[in-house]
Design a protein around this ligand. Structure first.
Ligand SMILES: Nc1nc2c(ncn2[C@@H]2O[C@H](COP(=O)(O)OP(=O)(O)OP(=O)(O)O)[C@@H](O)[C@H]2O)c(=O)[nH]1
Ligand SMILES: [Mg+2]
Length: 648
């Protein structure tokens, strides 16, 4: 029944209960499954083969409500061949129930499972000293001493060691009590984080369709939610949610959870996949990690192949050690893991690595960067970045992430790189924007850009514009696109625009339409240039419509061809001259006069004018008349109709 118990932790409280995941661990046949059955009434072995052979092969589950705690039990196999399955269950447990048979004491998988718990960073647990009915008191005390020695210096150093027997029933009440004690101290998983459920089973239920189960490690999930299936990125709808064997309106972090999914066949679902909040994360095959080797294992060579386990996922992986050729037993270092298959992992996720022959656990660690760039030779900033990731210093992480994103970091990228929630992202951005370390560039989504890089960009742009003016004194400014092409090729247009706006606001540049120029810059002509420019203009102005060739005009002035050509461009840009065909240039006055004449003609003779009449009117030859008429058509002063023109 719903208890009145008040729990210290509200994050994992659901209708008065605190949800806690207990995972068994320990050597084969030491009594894990029997103990789960004695505690919960459910025998966790489900498979036919398990029942026949009397051993656990795959994960089993059971539930217990006790003193205000809702326990989800994950029972694992002890057999050395099935450590892979054990790992899929061990990820996500809050409290380990390490089972050691009093008649056998510590055996190989006792050690291996205990190592795994330590590598996964499991904080709490207790020890069940089982099968006490098989040993005398003296043996029991001897084993207890052995265990105390074994756990010294570990997270189980002060853990209760509870003698139990499922045969005599001894110790079961005490064990439950000890579990409740541990559960009360569990910090619990955070249901405010973005939803994440590593899938450990997938199957079909008649009438319902596909169902996946797992330990809900972050956030919460409800019917009708949209979720993303990793690594494929498929978006799916949640049809129903169960927790502890009952349909619920919402399952929360810390609960064993079954999710009924619409629109997918159960055969496309398998252990190792992850259901997560949509559009926040990205699957990866390359991750930067902190890797630690267990003591008493062979040293690990650079580029060694290992089995990588994270959550319920498993893949072969190549280990690239940072700056060293090998890692010795008991030591740790940064490394990059290159996986055979894609996975969704986030910074802070623990993982385990195993050797394949002999098949043993050799180490593990923590994911630091799930989406690293391809490593460059001697990239010093990466080590620094990983140190910040390890420390979990958010402002530092985001500042460095931005600095390392040479072309800007879209805000939408941050969750995939860090796993932070939106409020965490917003708060961190605010902090470092205020501290002046990054700029937030207006875009959709906004882009983070390092202030230092932005300053550098401003300087580069100013210098480039300055150089342009120097090299092109007769041009008013550099075309925008030419300026952009002169900067980094992959510079985002939004950042370029923001930089121009900033320089304009600082009154350093003027942006006029397509042209960027130094603020207040004027074209200053040398005396001989000014004179030549006048001469060119006069030459065209005085010619009326019977214009000379461009070449002829330019040949008459006293500056050399390169400059005279620029002066001509200047006159065209100022619209003193108009280019009608590549070879024909007219002065603006001559064209204005032509329009007046046409208007007068229309008034006197009607709207139609033939080519001969046009020649008469203007006094020019066919050579000029035809291009001019075509120009007038383009300008919509006239419209061609048969052989004639209509004056508009
Ligand atoms: N006498 C005695 N036998 C026990 C006790 N607990 C378990 N057993 C027996 O030990 C054998 C193994 O028990 P399990 O619970 O299957 O062991 P396990 O640790 O789950 O084994 P795996 O899952 O295969 O690793 C079974 O035959 C149990 O009946 C106990 O307290 N006393
Ligand atoms: Mg078992």
């Amino acid at each position: 029944m719903v208890a009145t118990a008040s729990s210290a932790n509200t994050a994992t409280v659901n209708s008065g209960f605190k949800s806690v995941i207990v995972g068994t661990a320990g050597h084969i046949d030491h009594g894990k499954s029997a103990l789960v059955e004695a505690l919960t009434g459910t025998h966790p072995d489900r498979l036919e083969e398990e029942k026949r052979r009397g051993i656990t092969i795959d994960l089993g589950f059971a539930f217990l409500e006790e003193s205000g705690v809702r326990f989800g039990f994950v029972d694992v196999p002890g057999h050395e061949r099935f450590v892979g399955n054990m790992l899929a269950g061990a990820a996500g447990i809050d409290v380990v129930l390490l089972v050691i048979a009093a008649d056998e004491s510590i055996k190989p998988q006792t050690r291996e499972h205990f190592d795994i718990c330590r590598l996964l960073g499991i904080q709490r647990g207790l020890v069940a000293l089982t099968k006490t009915d098989l040993v005398d008191l003296e043996t029991r005390e001897l084993v207890r001493l052995e265990l105390e020695d074994f756990f010294r210096g570990s997270f189980l150093e002060n853990a209760p060691i509870v003698p139990v027997s499922v045969r005599s029933g001894e110790g079961l009440t005490e064990l439950k009590q000890a579990l409740v004690e541990q559960a009360r101290q569990v910090t619990g998983k955070d249901s405010r984080r973005d939803f994440r459920l590593p899938v450990d089973r997938a199957f079909a239920v008649k009438g319902f369709g596909s169902v996946v189960t797992g330990t809900l490690i972050n956030g919460h999930v409800s019917p009708e939610d949209e979720v993303e299936l990793f690594p494929d990125g498929l978006k799916l709808r949640v049809r129903g949610v169960q927790s502890g064997g009952k349909s619920v309106a919402r399952a929360e972090a810390g609960q064993r959870t079954a999710v009924n999914l619409a629109g997918i066949d159960h055969q496309s679902l398998e252990r190792g996949m992850t259901l997560a909040a949509p559009s926040r994360f990205r699957a990866t095959r390359r991750l930067d990690v902190k890797l630690r080797l267990l003591p008493n294992v062979r040293k690990l060579k650079n580029h060694a192949l290992v089995h990588f386990h994270a959550g319920s996922f498993e893949s072969l992986a190549e280990v690239a050690l940072f700056g060293r050729s090998e890692l010795s037993a008991g030591a740790d270092c940064f490394a990059q893991l290159r996986l055979r298959h894609s996975v969704l992992v986030l910074p802070g996720d623990p993982f385990i690595v195993r050797h394949s022959s002999p098949l043993i656990t050799v180490g593990g660690g923590t994911v630091l960067d799930p989406l690293p760039r391809r490593p460059r030779a001697r990239e010093a900033s990466r080590g620094e970045f990983l140190l910040s990731m390890e420390r979990g210093d958010k402002p530092e992480i985001l500042a460095q992430l931005t600095q390392r994103s040479l072309f800007g970091l879209p805000q939408s990228e941050i969750s995939a790189r860090t796993g932070w929630t939106d409020p965490e992202i917003q708060e961190t951005i605010r902090g470092i924007v205020n501290a002046g370390r990054i700029r937030l560039i207006a875009a959709e989504p906004p882009i983070l850009f390092a202030s230092a890089s932005f300053e550098e960009l401003l300087k580069k742009i100013s210098e480039r514009v300055e150089r342009f003016h120097k090299e092109n004194p007769l041009q008013p400014g550099i075309p925008r696109e030419e300026l952009r092409a002169n900067l980094a090729r992959r510079l985002r247009p939004e950042i370029f625009r923001a930089a121009l706006e900033e320089l304009a606001a600082q009154k350093k540049l003027d942006v006029q339409g397509d042209l960027v120029k130094r603020a207040g810059s004027q074209i200053s002509l040398l005396p001989d240039e000014a004179k030549a420019k006048d001469q060119i203009e006069t030459a065209f102005a005085s010619a009326g419509l019977a214009v000379p060739s461009v070449k002829e005009v330019l040949a008459t002035v006293a500056v050399e061809a390169r400059r005279s050509e620029k002066l001509l461009q200047l006159l065209l840009r100022e619209k003193a001259l108009h280019r009608v065909t590549p070879d024909l240039i007219f002065h603006r006055n001559a064209l204005a006069e032509l329009r007046t004449k046409l208007a007068a003609y229309k008034k006197a003779n009607g709207e139609r004018i033939s080519v001969p009449a046009f020649k008469d009117l203007t006094g020019i030859t066919r050579k000029y008349a035809i291009p001019l008429l075509e120009y007038l058509d383009r300008e919509r002063v006239t419209r061609r109709q048969g052989d004639e023109r209509v004056i508009l």
